[in-house]
Design a protein around this ligand. Structure first.
Ligand SMILES: [Zn+2]
Ligand SMILES: [Zn+2]
Length: 290
């Protein structure tokens, strides 16, 4: 069985449309897997004990990041977008070098999923908005994955909300895990998984089974389906899994099942924008925080 990273690289060779994202995800996974990946970012202080089951781990935290490593990652990601004709790599390179695109602020905009901040940064750097947003979203994958290890297991077990207990993102997908088909929601940003009740919408907490349904390909509903909520019109792609998927597999599965997203959109369902919780997070350079 090849790894998610290898499958992303194969996908990038075979599918021209998905290639840029597949290459960006592969880049993020390689960064994560490198020995220094786990030191890319750390929360400076262990947070005051989180007794609440609905306030995410990162709220009111200060994250110290390795700015030099992230600038390197950003340039490599920019080259991928440049090769696909989505961004001028030279302009990006200069904007990073002369500080018109501050990496620290791009990371913060990504963590907060703040489209206005991304747009402002893109404008100041003379770059198009969409690819800059994508770059911000990419940078936060290894950053958030690194800090997610600081969240303690008891806190994660006690989590009750539909958004990610670490980074507050809405679930990327859901697993029906193992023979018991336990329902686990998974975050594509930080990789965290958390249990969530069947028959409850993670977005609006609607638990009325009459308005919770799913659609699936004929005969495949046990293996993969799209769960939908009539109340908030949200949807979650859901897959039967043997065990917990790796972070890479979550990203890969999300990418290779875009047809579900299109089918959901055609039916008028959508994933909510932004985060499930108004995070307050500070990002500082580790070089200065040390
Ligand atoms: Zn997360
Ligand atoms: Zn709902």
């Amino acid at each position: 069985m090849s790894t998610a990273l290898e499958r992303l690289e194969t996908l990038a060779e075979r599918d021209e449309v998905l290639a840029p994202l597949a290459r960006l995800y592969a880049l993020a996974l390689r960064t994560l897997a490198a020995p220094e990946g786990q030191w890319l970012a750390t929360c400076l202080a262990t947070p005051a004990e989180r007794s609440s089951a609905t306030v995410p781990f990162l709220h009111e935290q200060t994250i110290a990041v390795d700015l030099a490593a992230l600038a390197h990652l950003l340039r490599a990601a920019g080259e991928i977008l440049d090769r696909s004709g989505l961004l001028d790599g030279g302009t990006l390179e200069r904007a990073v070098a002369n500080g018109r695109l501050p990496v620290r602020e791009l990371v913060r905009a990504g963590i907060l999923a703040d489209p206005h901040a991304s747009a402002r940064l893109a404008g100041a750097a003379g770059l198009p908005e969409r690819p800059v947003t994508v770059l911000g979203q990419l940078l936060v994958i290894p950053v958030l994955a690194a800090v997610s290890h600081q969240a303690d297991a008891a806190f994660l077990r006690g989590w009750r909300a539909g958004f990610c207990p670490v980074c507050a993102a809405w679930p990327t997908l859901a697993e029906f895990r193992g023979l018991e088909r336990e329902r686990w929601l998974r975050c594509g940003r930080c990789g965290t998984g958390w249990r969530y009740p069947h028959q409850q919408c993670p977005f609006c907490e609607n638990a009325d089974h009459r308005s919770l349904r799913y659609f699936a390909e004929e005969g495949k509903q046990d293996a993969q389906r799209v769960e939908i909520c009539e109340k908030c019109r949200g949807y979650v792609k859901t897959f039967a899994t043997l065990g917990a998927w790796s972070h890479g597999e979550v990203l890969l599965q999300d990418l290779t099942t875009v047809e579900f997203d299109l089918a959901a959109a055609e039916r008028g369902y959508r994933r909510p924008e932004g985060l499930g919780f108004p995070l307050a997070v500070a990002v500082v350079a580790r070089e200065l925080a040390a």
